[in-house]
Each structure stands twice: as structure tokens, then as C-alpha cells.
Design a protein around this ligand. Sequence first.
Ligand SMILES: *[C@@H]1O[C@H](CO)[C@@H](O)[C@H](O)[C@H]1NC(C)=O
Ligand SMILES: *[C@@H]1O[C@H](CO)[C@@H](O)[C@H](O)[C@H]1NC(C)=O
Ligand SMILES: *[C@@H]1O[C@H](CO)[C@@H](O)[C@H](O)[C@H]1NC(C)=O
Ligand SMILES: *[C@@H]1O[C@H](CO)[C@@H](O)[C@H](O)[C@H]1NC(C)=O
Ligand SMILES: *[C@@H]1O[C@H](CO)[C@@H](O)[C@H](O)[C@H]1NC(C)=O
Ligand SMILES: *[C@@H]1O[C@H](CO)[C@@H](O)[C@H](O)[C@H]1NC(C)=O
Ligand SMILES: *[C@@H]1O[C@H](CO)[C@@H](O)[C@H](O)[C@H]1NC(C)=O
Ligand SMILES: *[C@@H]1O[C@H](CO)[C@@H](O)[C@H](O)[C@H]1NC(C)=O
Ligand SMILES: *[C@@H]1O[C@H](CO)[C@@H](O)[C@H](O)[C@H]1NC(C)=O
Length: 423
Amino acid sequence: MRPSSTTFLLLLLLLHSAAAVDVPTPSPPSSSTSSTLDPKQVRALQSLYIPTTHDPCTQPSFHNAATCDTGTPFRHLLSLRLTNCSDDLSLSTTALSSLSTLTSLTFLDCHVPIVHFPTSLSTNLRSLTSINSLQRLTGVFLSRFGNLTDLNISGDNIKASGIRIITSNMKSLTTITLSNANLSGLIPKHWNPKLTHMDFSGNRLSGTIPTSLTLLESLKFLNLSSNQLNGEISTSFGDLISLQNLSLSSNSLSGSIPGSISTLSRLVHLDLSSNQLNGTVLRSISEMKGLKYLNLEKNNFHGVMPFNLSFINKLDVFKINGNDNLCYNHSSISKKLKLGIAACDKHGLPILPPPAADEPSSSADDMSSGDYDDDGGNDKKKSGGDHGPNKVVLGVAIGLSAVVFLIIFLVILSKCGGRCCCC
Ligand SMILES: *[C@@H]1O[C@H](CO)[C@@H](O)[C@H](O)[C@H]1NC(C)=O
Ligand SMILES: *[C@@H]1O[C@H](CO)[C@@H](O)[C@H](O)[C@H]1NC(C)=O
Ligand SMILES: *[C@@H]1O[C@H](CO)[C@@H](O)[C@H](O)[C@H]1NC(C)=O
Ligand SMILES: *[C@@H]1O[C@H](CO)[C@@H](O)[C@H](O)[C@H]1NC(C)=O
Ligand SMILES: *[C@@H]1O[C@H](CO)[C@@H](O)[C@H](O)[C@H]1NC(C)=O
Ligand SMILES: *[C@@H]1O[C@H](CO)[C@@H](O)[C@H](O)[C@H]1NC(C)=O
Ligand SMILES: *[C@@H]1O[C@H](CO)[C@@H](O)[C@H](O)[C@H]1NC(C)=O
Ligand SMILES: *[C@@H]1O[C@H](CO)[C@@H](O)[C@H](O)[C@H]1NC(C)=O
Ligand SMILES: *[C@@H]1O[C@H](CO)[C@@H](O)[C@H](O)[C@H]1NC(C)=O
């Protein structure tokens, strides 16, 4: 006990001295090695209502984080993040000209109409993010940021005839998010082969998924959900060897799931829900070792659901309801799973119409395993399905024996009377 408390004390002392070393540092301007922010940029920040009482390079605030280079005689801004801006904020081209050293610019919940971005800034930027922020965005405006590697726009309407207008000059993009932006038109065919992340969810994109997307060997994340895409899922999807998360949900995709999908060895998240996919559900999906999320609900799959309990239990999320012609083998899958599909008859056809449409879909936590619960039209109903009465009997038994015990105890006590029984 003594050594551990000594260790604890030592630890405290160490922590304390570490804190003590940290304390005397917040006087950066006095230090000869670090210079202050360029006064021109200080004025630009002030015009954006960013408080500059503290040097933003050394004391970034949570709402308006900045990073700076280590230049002399003045430092310059490299990145700037504006969060929850004042309603009075308006961008000005003059202020933005002073900020053209920025390579990364982020607006979060910062509702502000766009202005002309000087060329010096638009060619310098590598990363542009606007989440529920920039207003009156257009394709032409965005197309001028030709050196971007990361473009991330979500929740802001973009007026453009299609995505191609925006991205055709962006040869270095490695991540692109244009989601909930009211974009229509087709998905462009040509992309930087190094693209790792593509999210066009929540738009009005139409047409088919270009087969050329499957050339993107570095693509880890693809989300095209909630659009109006049609056609089939190309068999060459199996070429997306880096893919980890794939969502094509809520479109009008048809045909069957290509078998090559199950060769995507890094896939953890597969969401094909709310389409018009048909055919049988691929058994080989259950051979995907890393899969954690599988959503196939609301399609037109038919036949016997091919997954066993050990696979389903391994998943964090499994949804398959809303496939009227699909059924599960009730001699191997418990009814308690509440899959939202009917049990199969001996021909592999659904016995009953599937349970209520809004049946809660199952998640791994509410699954009991290995329960043979024959039901649904099958006459060989197993007995003792309901364990309620057994519990009541047990409770009564325990109660009774307690009473008996008490009586015996009282009798012994009274018999002993004044004598000392224990001696
Ligand atoms: C922005 O402000 C709103 C309301 O004042 C607050 O609820 C929200 O948490 C803020 N967001 C951030 C990222 O600070
Ligand atoms: C990218 O930046 C270079 C200078 O770093 C510039 O010459 C070029 O015009 C920029 N490209 C685009 C498309 O803006
Ligand atoms: C886009 O920006 C949001 C908000 O900063 C962030 O959570 C998200 O990860 C970004 N997406 C990408 C692909 O960087
Ligand atoms: C989306 O864009 C269309 C025109 O393409 C327009 O009519 C519609 O109002 C826009 N929707 C929203 C919510 O802005
Ligand atoms: C795809 O985008 C939708 C809508 O933005 C979102 O709800 C869903 O979680 C995303 N899927 C993945 C795999 O990130
Ligand atoms: C699946 O749908 C496609 C087109 O939507 C159709 O041609 C095909 O016959 C369907 N297959 C089955 C097994 O229903
Ligand atoms: C990918 O999917 C996994 C599993 O559903 C999830 O935990 C993770 O957040 C997803 N990644 C992204 C970038 O959405
Ligand atoms: C369940 O299915 C997986 C994949 O198809 C298989 O590897 C495993 O042996 C099966 N387990 C049982 C208990 O049948
Ligand atoms: C259901 O499973 C049992 C044993 O696991 C098997 O004998 C039977 O053929 C299966 N029924 C169907 C319709 O696949």
C-alpha cells in the first residue's frame, strides 16, 4: 500500500511541476522567436468580427480557430475556421484579399452571402468547407477554386447545372462532399484517381452511376444516398478495393447485387436500402469479415434469407425488413429476431404477409440466440413457450419456505426460553 501511495504522490508532483512549467509561457509577443500576426490580417479579422485582443496565432478561440506560419517579421494565417458568426457579418473582397495566404477556410453555421473571392485566395486555397453557411453559392463561383484537394459543402444550396461545372477544373481533389445542396444532373465520369472520399448524398442527381467510378482504387468512402439514380449496380464495383463505407440507399437502383461486392475485403458499412433491387440475397455477403453494418431493407429481394445467426449477431446493425417476397428459415433463425420478414414454408416461400411495416428492425443487442421457436402456420408448436407460470411457482416456493423458516426459528427461540441454548 505504501509504495502505491508514494507513486501516486510522485505522479501528483510530476503533474504539478508539468503544469508549473506550462504556466509562465503565455507571453508570446515578448519571445524573440515568434513574431506577431501581420497587421493587415489583424484588420481583416476585425472586419470579420473576430476578436483580436489575443493573438489568434497563439491563442485560437474555439469559435474562430486559426493557424499561422512562423514567418518574420510577421506571421501569416494558414487556416481559419469561422463558427456561429455574428448576424452582422458580411464578407468583403478587400478583407479576403488580405487573407490570401490562407490554404484552408471553413465556415460552420455561419450564414453569410458569398462575395467575389480574389484570385490570389481562390488559387491558394487547398481546402474549402461550408456547412450550413455560405449563401447564394453557384457552380461558377466554386469552379474557380482550381487547386482544392478538399471540398466540403453541406446544407447549402448550390445553383449549378450539374457537378461537372464545379469540379472539372479541380484536378487534385482527394475528398469531395456536396451533400444536401439541391444539385441535379449527372455524376461526372472523370475524377482524380487519388480520390478517397465522395459524398453526394441528399441531392437530386439522376442517371446511372458511371462505371468509371469503379476505377477509383483509393476510394474509401462513397455515399450517393437520397438521390434519383437508376440503373444497375455495376459488377465492376468489386474493383473498388479500398472501399470501407458504401451507401447507395434511397435511389431507384434495380437489378441484383453484383457478387463482386462480397470481394470488398475492407467494407464495414453497406447500405443498399430503399431501392428496387431484386434477385436473391447473396450468401457470400456473410463471408465479409469486417462488415459491421448491413442494410438491405425496402427492396424487392426474394427467396430464403441466407444468413445464419452467428453472422447476424456479429453485425452492429442488420436490417432486411420491407422485402415482401423474402422469408427466413424458422428452423435456424429465431422469430424473436424480429427481422420484419415472414417465415418460409417448406418450399422457401413466405408463409404470411410480413409483419407490420413499421416493425422495429433488429439490432444485435436484442437478439437471443439459438431459440427454435416454431410458429406461423406450423402445427408442431413447441410446448413451454411461455415461461411466465414457472417464475410464479418459484416465487411462491421461496416465499413459503421463508415463512416456514421463520416459524421454526420462533419455536426454537420460545423453547429455549430463559436457558442459554448456545452453551
Ligand atoms: C452555435 O450557436 C447555437 C445557438 O447559440 C448553439 O446552440 C450551438 O451549439 C453553437 N454551435 C457551435 C458549433 O458552437
Ligand atoms: C494552382 O496554384 C498555382 C500556384 O500555386 C497556380 O499557378 C495555378 O494557376 C493554380 N491552379 C488553378 C487551377 O487555380
Ligand atoms: C466536412 O466538414 C464537417 C464539419 O467540419 C466534418 O465533420 C466532416 O468530417 C468533413 N468531411 C470531410 C470529408 O472532411
Ligand atoms: C432546388 O432547385 C430547383 C431548381 O433547380 C428550385 O426550383 C428549387 O426551389 C430548389 N429547392 C430549394 C429547396 O431551394
Ligand atoms: C450517407 O449520407 C446520408 C445522408 O447525408 C447519411 O444519413 C448516411 O449516414 C451516410 N452514410 C454513410 C455510410 O456515411
Ligand atoms: C429484376 O429486375 C430487372 C429489371 O428491373 C428485371 O429485368 C429482372 O427480370 C428482375 N429479376 C427478377 C429475378 O425478378
Ligand atoms: C463507416 O461505417 C462505420 C460502420 O457503420 C461507421 O462507424 C463509421 O463512422 C463510418 N465512417 C464514416 C466516415 O462515415
Ligand atoms: C454461418 O455462416 C458463415 C458464413 O457463411 C459460416 O462461415 C459459418 O460457418 C456459419 N455458421 C454456422 C454455425 O452455420
Ligand atoms: C431450413 O433449415 C433446415 C435445417 O437447417 C433445412 O433442412 C431446410 O431445408 C431449410 N429450409 C429451407 C426452405 O431452406
